[in-house]
Design a protein around this ligand. Structure first.
Ligand code: MLZ
Length: 265
């Protein structure tokens, strides 16, 4: 699927740089994922953050787990990194003197919950504590700069990780835009958000990185390194910049990325 997408070529093609590792709240070497499908763990209910529930690993993707809350339906699966603070071994809740909660949308009568819990845990395989990794520390500052490339979770399709660009920075917030898509998937997040990864992350975790979309053209950053001293110079650069943006994406996507080219004046 992503066989035809290579960051090296793409960065050159777009004249852009990747965001340095230090920008991210991710471990420099992605954590190993030892979990197996069917294992049970405790997880915060994404739809009711104060509840801790029992979840089953229903899928493995790179350093992430696809989780389903026991007692919930299969339409509310969610994905968590193995070093997410939202997950922990079964028994953690009890040790803290807390009670495991039924998930939001628990389909049966609440009075059946204790028995359901007993049944769901009996004979099931619990994920060992060693599989859960510590969350990496958060970088002290927001070091992201506009134009930096990264890999980001598409929040509307959270199983997907896609090439993206930081297109705005405001205080601790960054605006993540998805390359080749016309804005519908873009979002603001904190610089230490766990949904964004450095370039090369998917390659290291074995995840499939989606290729960029084909709805917007590739923008070649031809004038980035130059300085605008005079007004005239600035005007001619603006013209150059406009010409540099050619709507070649539609065709080039179809004919293969390596041939993707951008017209310059
Ligand atoms: N085919 C789906 C997924 C798009 C994924 C975009 N990711 C940035 C759609 O078009 O909605």
């Amino acid at each position: 699927q992503s066989d035809d997408f290579h960051w090296d070529d793409y960065l050159k093609e777009t004249g852009s740089i990747s965001a340095p590792l230090e920008c991210f709240r991710q471990s420099k070497i992605p954590p190993t994922n030892d979990f197996k499908v069917g294992m049970k763990l405790e997880a915060h209910d994404p739809r009711s953050i104060t509840s801790v529930c029992i979840a089953t690993v229903v899928g493995i993707t790179g350093a992430r787990l696809r989780l389903r809350l026991d007692g919930s339906d299969n339409r509310n699966d969610f994905w968590r990194l193995v070093d997410s603070p939202d997950i922990r071994p079964v028994g953690t809740c009890e040790k803290k003197g807390d009670l495991l909660q039924p998930p939001l949308g628990y389909q049966m009568n609440v009075s059946s919950w204790p028995m359901f819990l007993l049944r769901t845990l009996t004979g099931s395989e619990m994920a060992p504590a060693s599989y859960f990794k510590a969350e990496p520390p958060k970088p002290a500052l927001n070091n992201f700069k506009v134009g930096m490339k990264l890999e980001a979770i598409d929040r509307k399709n959270p199983y997907l990780i896609c090439p993206a660009t930081i297109s705005n920075v405001k205080g601790d917030d960054v605006y993540v835009t998805f390359d080749g898509w016309s804005g519908a998937f873009d979002y603001w997040c904190k610089y230490d958000c766990r949904d964004i990864f450095p370039v090369g992350w998917c390659h290291l975790t074995g995840d499939v990185l989606q290729p960029p979309g084909n709805q917007t053209p590739i923008i070649k950053n031809t004038v980035k390194a130059q300085t605008c001293s005079s007004k005239a110079n600035r005007r001619s650069m603006q013209t150059a910049q406009k010409t540099a943006v050619a709507v070649t994406a539609q065709q080039t996507r179809k004919s293969g990325r390596s041939k993707a080219s951008v017209l310059t004046s």
